[in-house]
Design a binder for this molecule. Structure first.
Ligand SMILES: Nc1ncnc2c1ncn2[C@@H]1O[C@H](COP(=O)(O)OP(=O)(O)OP(=O)(O)O)[C@@H](O)[C@H]1O
Ligand SMILES: [Mg+2]
Length: 271
């Protein structure tokens, strides 16, 4: 579905991406892991047309998109949820969602708003409220919901869990898994590698603008270098453990679980 071939992107004379190649197949969740400054955001911005690659080529469904602008790329079915949940703070939740559909002229926009509210019930409750008054997690949900309003085939998420409480990290990643079940292909950037590898099929590791490793989520999780660099103690912080069973991670183990009698935060819990 997406093919990035030998892409190099520069800021002036500084090379932020160096001959990066990756692919995403239809129906996959692919994650891109890397430290601060590795070039993750630069790669997404290059794919979505906000930055131009100096070398290399990008194809979406076999069409070259490297020379297209952001609007044309959205029109082809690629949606980008940028870093730091950039919602329009003074606009209402509903207007933010409508803005996500600005390129569409079909009559199904209302239906998709209803679907967004079904996916994120809190947004329905808050639909008339200014987006800037939402909590961090709610703003992230709004940013994702807005990204979905263009009916993308490929959704690219730039650190959707950053700054969120552990349980919300779980919730956002469950939503990612759910979106895939509903047919959206996903390219997910995460600093929380452990959490990302739980939901992803495959992943790439980006260091200083180079892809240094790629493999299935299982292979990457088992890789000693990945464990040392990205799955160490510091990276565990954001993970939520099931309060009833300290060895289990809440819901991340099985994204299909919607309710759990053990979990006070899900249907079935009493406390
Ligand atoms: N607008 C810019 N001008 C100049 N250099 C930039 C610009 N944006 C990013 N860079 C540099 O490009 C490199 C890659 O940055 P990028 O934002 O893509 O990293 P990242 O992997 O997304 O990091 P983070 O995890 O902190 O979001 C960094 O060295 C960064 O300093
Ligand atoms: Mg970034």
């Amino acid at each position: 579905m997406l093919r990035v071939e030998n892409v190099s992107t520069f800021y002036g004379e500084i090379r932020a991406l160096n001959l990066v190649s990756l692919t995403v197949a239809p129906g996959e969740i692919v994650t891109l892991i890397g430290a601060n400054g590795a070039g993750k955001t630069t790669l997404l911005n290059t794919i979505c047309g906000m930055l131009k690659a100096r070398h290399g080529a990008i194809y979406f469904e076999d069409k070259p998109i490297s020379d297209l602008g952001p609007e044309a790329i959205v029109g082809l079915g690629v949606s980008h949820v940028p870093e730091r949940r950039q919602v329009f703070a003074t606009m209402s939740v509903l207007d933010n969602l409508l803005l996500g559909a600005y390129q569409r002229r079909d009559p199904q926009i209302g239906q998709d708003i209803a679907q967004a509210f079904e996916l994120f019930p809190i947004l329905k409750q808050r639909q008339k409220q200014a987006a800037g008054t939402l909590s961090g997690g709610e703003q992230q949900m709004l940013a994702i919901a807005r990204g979905l309003m263009s009916r993308p085939k490929l959704l690219m998420l730039d650190e959707p869990s950053v700054g969120l409480a552990p349980l919300l990290v779980c919730e956002i990643l469950e939503i990612v898994a759910d979106l895939r079940r509903r047919g959206t292909t996903i390219l997910l950037i995460e600093q929380n590698a452990r959490a990302a590898l739980k939901v992803a099929d495959r992943g790439y590791v980006l260091e200083n603008g180079h892809i240094v490793l790629s493999g299935t989520a299982q292979e990457l999780t088992a890789d000693e270098g990945v464990q040392k660099a990205y799955l160490g103690k510091g990276n565990r912080l954001q993970l939520a453990r099931c309060r009833a069973d300290v060895e289990r991670y809440v819901c991340l183990d099985d994204p299909a679980v919607n309710s759990c009698a053990l979990c006070p935060n899900r249907n079935g819990g009493n406390s």
